[in-house]
Ligand binder design. Sequence first.
Ligand code: AMP
Ligand code: ZN
Length: 113
Amino acid sequence: MDCIFCKIINKEMPTDFIYEDESVVAFGDIRPSAPIHYLVVPREHIQSIIYLQKNHQEIISKLIFTAKNIAEKFGLKGYKLVFNVGREGGQIIDHLHLHLLGGWKNEAGKINV
Ligand code: AMP
Ligand code: ZN
């Protein structure tokens, strides 16, 4: 399968992980849209939220808790967690990922909802 995030996870593409464990990895977005922009990615290849099954509840919860822990590590008081879902939802990489965006000065994070 030609999936760039699977290649990153399998270490076929050198990428620094800010966090990794048995089920998720997290790394910096190559084209950051915010001062702090990380992607939290399950090791399992799930195409998108559209393809979620009931047995994925645990991994979705894990993605959110991992993002929360990274945000706390950076001392973020506020941030955005974003899933782009399908092409119409702006998803480009077909391997499920949660965007953690933050680090704006003032209240810049209030715009672009
Ligand atoms: P999405 O639009 O939700 O599919 O987001 C995919 C994100 O992956 C984009 O923000 C890209 O900048 C990011 N991205 C693509 N390739 C890489 C890569 N090799 N390493 C890190 N981030 C990447
Ligand atoms: Zn994949």
